[in-house]
Ligand binder design. Structure first.
Ligand code: DMJ
Length: 856
């Protein structure tokens, strides 16, 4: 935990849900970074680290862990460590004492994971108790029915290596069986796989399919299993899937999820950050052009936000704002540099390193970004940062002689652990499948059967990669936001005038109610005064009316979510700028619906002081202490606005309210927004921010340790090092006071206050609203907006020269063409009758709900 400078121990910190399943009280970071030390030529440190692992690590803990994470990080880490330990030993200088101890630990761990495979399908349970295995009452696991495709399909490299290193064939056998089952279950007409599968029945639970979260490393391991094990059946499977990916998912430079049964229909209008590994895999396959294109698009998104947000839309807006320092983009950059030799990729690497140092480096390591828009941090540094990010960035810039062994003799696992290629000819006791006939005919011209060779791919053309990037150079900046109305225009492109538009609807208009009824939409008045819309297509007067109803509901959902977004204020940042933090610690802060709007004014900088009384609910008894400073106040016992007035009257230049719920944290709670008191709050001129207790205690601890603590309140963290360290610190209270006076006087005209809540303090999630179509509970209420989005939409709105084109005209043209060709109403790429659309939607509702809820 790089902000609090402590280790994270399972059970000792508030749970972060599935994210914690990687922690098994087995010194995860230490094991995951073993082979990085050798790559970085830190042999002495490697030797010490191996001794620590052998001395301290216990694998027999009563902890439920993820089978997938334990395999890729811990088993992979031990095997990578072993691989390099024997390499060093053989060289005769280091590790002379080593006697396969890491391998013995790996074998012990392998046996601990095996009970997870005790299913009829051979697919492993997603979790296992390290001490008690599965299903026993003490195990507290074994009741799960589903797992992700990557979770079941990312075992073969580590398990086969374990078998081949030790001669115990059972590991490779189990991993092969799981892969064979997934292959059998692929959707036969599209050759795609879904995101989650039932481990008992083999039914697809989530039928969306992409190359990112939930599937990514399944594809990676098919290709790499071929490389490591030399078994053709893996390459044949990979090539079959790759062909399907390029046919349906790849829309260069985008990679968009589709449905396995309806691969021409997109399942989402956003992409997740995990797919950034794919260009690297495409390099390994030898398909350089789309790799360059996707990588370039991702790089432009990074340049916009300093990091790749966890998810972003097809028009490159942030969808999920966090960034846990994922290494996938660095990995692809490394592979592309190796393939092209183009120094452009070194520049890309330099930018990545500069951004990490500038925005993520903190006194105790590198902190994940909580929100790339504000630059705020999260108190975590995942083990893959050292296992992968460090390794790939180092290797990108390393010359051959910088590395003490030949990296070409190894393959990288998905966690960038190194396994020696000589394993392909060792202990080959598992019979290879010779099933070529069951694979689809493949096109030999796209290097399906050859290794990539840059000399053949682009002979004597150093500008090859640049010529592919050139047309994409503005693809992100010049993309056109796809407004809600435009998207909806498309959904009404049947030509007929819609009977009622969502934006025109009034719940009191009898004519509108009549139209709703005809469309099968009923209106329910809820007790709290809200109105709920529900649609049952079978209650519509005709199938055309039902279809109009569905579209009306879609419009209403988008309108509602748009309105909700508009009412939400974005998060703010509290940055500690005084010694020894120098701006490196950035805390996520909740905004206030009153007081100085930090997005419109210069940030407020000042030393902090606790108010007395600490709750700030009455006139302060220590005005001299808070005068010209940023007052710290505890949440509770009176309205936020009252606290603000009390500290303002005492001369404070800003206020930070700290949550009184002990243990609360922005890691686990949604953004908190401070509401007004239902009265006019124009008199409050100072900025007010909210910190959850965990973030608040970082400031309180700093005061205890350093007494004088200075912070910056802003809408986005200011660049730090080296500027901040050199920046002149305000020398006296007067300076702060001057700043305060300036801000207060300039704020009066521009303060942007949102509607006051008449109730007490509330969070973003609890706004009472008069009409809440988002509450609609039928098929039409969930995600159809995503389902119906046209995969080519983005290309339609932005051409490659970066100009926005006239979508309305295009839609008109498209509509006319489609009407000509089919009497049914067109929708997305396919023309489907209404009954089938309804059936399809119902089928996918659950999947969509889960998809939105799922954490990566
Ligand atoms: C890593 O643990 C592995 O690369 C995994 O396959 C998915 N991604 C994480 C890091 O983002």
């Amino acid at each position: 935990m790089p902000l609090t400078c402590r280790g994270r121990v399972r059970g000792q910190e508030p749970s972060r849900g599935d994210v914690d399943d990687a922690l098994g009280k087995f010194s995860l970071t230490l094991i995951d970074s073993l082979d990085t030390l050798v790559v970085l030529n830190k042999t002495k440190e490697f030797e010490d680290a191996v001794r620590k692992v052998l001395r301290d690590v216990n694998l027999d803990n009563d902890v439920v862990v993820s089978v997938f994470e334990t395999n890729i990080r811990v088993l992979g880490g031990l095997l990578g460590g072993h691989s390099l330990a024997i390499m060093l030993k053989e060289k005769g200088e280091h590790m002379q004492w080593y006697n396969d101890e890491l391998l013995q630990m790996a074998k012990q761990l392998g046996y601990k994971l095996l009970p997870a495979f005790n299913t009829t399908s051979g697919l492993p349970y997603p979790r296992i108790n390290l001490k008690f295995g599965i299903r026993k009452p003490e195990a507290r696991t074994g009741t799960e029915t589903d797992t992700c495709t990557a979770c079941a399909g990312t075992l073969i490299l580590e398990f086969a290596a374990l078998s081949r290193f030790t001669g115990a064939t059972i590991f490779e056998e189990y991993a092969r069986k799981a892969l064979d089952f997934l292959w059998e279950k692929r959707q036969r007409s599209s050759n795609l796989v879904g995101v989650t599968i039932n481990i008992h029945t083999g039914d697809w639970v989530r039928k969306d399919s992409g190359v990112g979260a939930g599937i990514d490393s399944y594809y990676e391991y098919l290709l790499k299993a071929y490389v490591l094990l030399g078994d053709d059946s893996f390459l044949e499977r990979f090539n079959t899937h790759y062909d399907a990916i390029m046919r349906y998912i790849s829309q260069p430079p985008l990679l968009l999820d589709v449905h396995i049964h309806k691969p021409m229909l997109n399942a989402r209008t956003w992409m997740d950050a995990l797919l950034a590994f794919f260009p690297g895999l495409q390099v390994l396959k030898g398909d350089i052009r789309p790799a360059i294109e996707t990588h370039e698009m991702l790089y432009q998104v990074i340049k916009k936000h300093n990091f790749l947000p966890e998810a972003f839309t097809t028009d490159f807006r942030v969808h999920w704002a966090q960034h846990p320092l994922r290494p996938e983009f660095a990995e692809s950059t490394y592979f592309l540099y190796k393939a092209t030799g183009d120094p452009y990729y070194l520049e890309v690497g330099k930018t990545l390193i500069e951004n990490l140092n500038k925005y993520a480096r903190v006194p105790c390591g590198f902190a994940a970004m909580k929100d790339v828009r504000t630059g705020s941090h999260e108190d975590r540094m995942d083990s893959f940062f050292l296992a992968e990010m460090f390794k790939y960035l180092y290797l990108l810039f390393a010359d051959k002689e910088d590395i003490i062994f030949d990296i070409e003799d190894y393959i990288f696992t998905t966690e960038a652990h190194l396994l020696p290629l000589w394993l392909s000819t060792t202990n080959q006791s598992i019979s290879k499948k010779n099933t070529t006939s069951e694979y689809t005919e493949l096109d030999d011209s796209n290097f399906d059967w050859t290794c990539p060779n840059t000399q053949i791919l682009f002979p004597n053309d150093p500008l090859y990669a640049q010529s592919i990037r050139e047309p994409l150079k503005n693809v992100v900046d010049k993309s056109c936001p796809r407004g809600i109305i435009r998207v909806r225009e498309e959904s009404f492109r049947s030509g007929a005038k819609p009977p009622l538009r969502a934006r025109d609807f009034m719940a009191t208009n009898p004519e509108h109610l009549e139209i709703l009824k005809k469309m099968g939409v009923s209106l329910i008045h809820l007790k709290d005064g809200r109105v709920q819309l529900v649609q049952h297509a079978i209650q519509a007067a005709s199938s055309i009316d039902a279809e109009d109803g569905l579209r009306f509901m879609q419009e209403m959902i988008e309108l509602s979510s748009q309105q909700q977004k508009e009412q939400q204020l974005p998060p703010r940042a509290v940055q500690i700028v005084s010694h020894p933090f120098f701006g490196r610690v950035v805390l996520t802060a909740g905004p206030a619906q009153f007081g100085l709007d930090l997005s419109k004014h210069k940030e407020t900088r000042g030393f902090v002081a606790s108010s007395k009384p600490y709750n700030g609910c009455s006139e302060l008894t220590n005005p001299e202490a808070v005068m010209g400073k940023i007052a710290l106040i505890q949440r509770g016992q009176c309205m936020f606005a009252e606290k603000a007035r009390n500290i303002q009257n005492a001369g404070a230049i800003g206020g930070i309210v700290i949550d009184d719920n002990e243990g609360s944290s922005s890691d686990t709670a949604p953004l908190f927004q401070m509401a007004g008191d239902g009265k006019d709050t124009d008199d409050i001129k100072i900025p007010m921010l909210f910190l959850f207790s965990k973030e608040g205690s970082i400031i309180l601890d700093a005061i205890r340790e350093y007494e004088e603590v200075e912070v910056l309140l802003s809408d986005k963290a200011k660049d730090r090092d080296p500027e901040m360290e050199n920046e002149e610190q305000p020398s006296s209270e007067n300076d702060s006071q001057n700043q305060s006076a300036e801000q207060i006087s300039s704020s009066s005209q521009e303060v942007d206050l949102v509607d006051q809540e008449s109730s007490e303090e509330n969070s973003l999630n609890s706004h009472p609203e008069s009409l809440s179509p988002a509450d609609m509970d039928n098929a039409a209420s969930i995600s159809p907006s995503e389902q119906t989005s046209n995969p080519t939409e983005n290309h339609e709105t932005t051409n490659l020269n970066g100009e926005c084109t006239d979508l309305d005209n295009q839609l008109q043209e498209q509509s006319e063409t489609e009407e000509d060709s089919n009497p049914n109403v067109s929708w997305g790429k396919k023309v489907q009758p209404i009954d089938s659309i309804l059936a399809d939607w119902n089928e996918d509702i659950e999947a969509f709900e889960m998809m939105e809820k799922d954490e990566l």
